[in-house]
Design a protein. Sequence first.
Length: 458
Amino acid sequence: MSDWTTLLEVGGPLAALGGGAAYTRARHPGVYWSTVGLPLSTARLLGSYGSVMEACGLTVQPSRLRALAVRATTRREVRPVAPRRGIIRPTSTGLRLRLRLAPGQEPADVAASAERLRHAWGVHAVYVKDVKPGVVELRLVGFDVLRDVRMPRKAGGGLLKVPVALREDATAFVRDYRAVPHQLTLGATLSGKSMYLRHLVTGLARQPVALVGIDCKRGVELAPFAPRLSALATDPRQAAELLPVLVSEMEDRYDLIKARQGVAPGTPDEEITSDIWGLPEHQRPVPLVLFVDEVAELFLVATKKDEERRDEMVTQLIRLAQLGRAAGIYVEVCGQRFGAELGKGATMLRAQLTGRVCHRVNDEASAKMALGDIAPEAVYAACSIAPELPGLAVAGDTSGGWSRIRTPFLSLADAAEVCRESAHLVPDLPALDPFRPAVPVRPVDAPVSQLKPVPVTE
């Protein structure tokens, strides 16, 4: 009886401890990683580093001088040499360490063994980054950071740089308009595309940037941000009037650049290699970001007259995407679906949109239109996004790189409040004044008196 009592006394706390650890791992993976996962993974890495590198084929034969030194001093068997390991740096989401590659190795060799390293060291994922020739950085992620998105404290924002989502390697996905001027963002209903757009608008709202919107859903997506918008078109007819004004603004900026650089006014625009960032700050026009939501609505036509208007708008959008970067005009095209069957100009417009973000879509053709010219595996990753993971997307650019990202939750009320607070940053652009959206005045509730009313007597 005493043995059973002792077993229960010892096993009860252990079972409770194990249950608490399992609950913490499921509900609070960050806390579990900091308390349990980090020490275990570090111990596994330190204890099995050499054998794991050898099993993964990441070792090379030592130099002759080293082999002679080992035989002369220790008389041990000369074993293959693993990449030299640097200091292990723990983070809130995983581990970081640098490896100095052995002669004859390349970063692709380590990247090919990432899945083996993940299982050997008991982490969620392993990512390899090329730091400099001969040195790579291993980023070990301890848990699925995209399940509960928490943006890092140092996200790397700045002028025309918006930390909009979290990558699967626990780094911030920064939308940098200077590096990637134009982008195509696709997503079906309830896929998180609107949340992505909110983060972009609120991130730019606090910066000295002009924001222009074309929202053919009668403005339901962009109208809440009206206090911060310099112009807003809510249907194709208004968009057909706004786009020529933007093209004219772009041409005026080119004239300013040519006048400042001493280039003859008759020089063709495509021969000008400078941009507004080469102008003095007091002469530099304010950057302008154009958001086009539901771009398919601009391509749909019902009559012959609508077809002519569509061709005009698409041509102007293509001109803005081709020539707008040097003039400080950036285009963000969003939609539920985008394909060649939309009509003339769709493929040409896509070719000018360097950045690509694809949320969950309803058909494979849209994913191929967004990511097919980047990498085939990116298309498969986009098509496998589950409906119960809103905000999850595949982001890439025409350089060929891609990664999975997820946008944190941001309510529409909070986003609209940011735009109201930054309404004083709306720049002065007289050409866009006719398209400035009307901002409704917030109703003020009458104060409630704390005094009881005097009873009325006859």
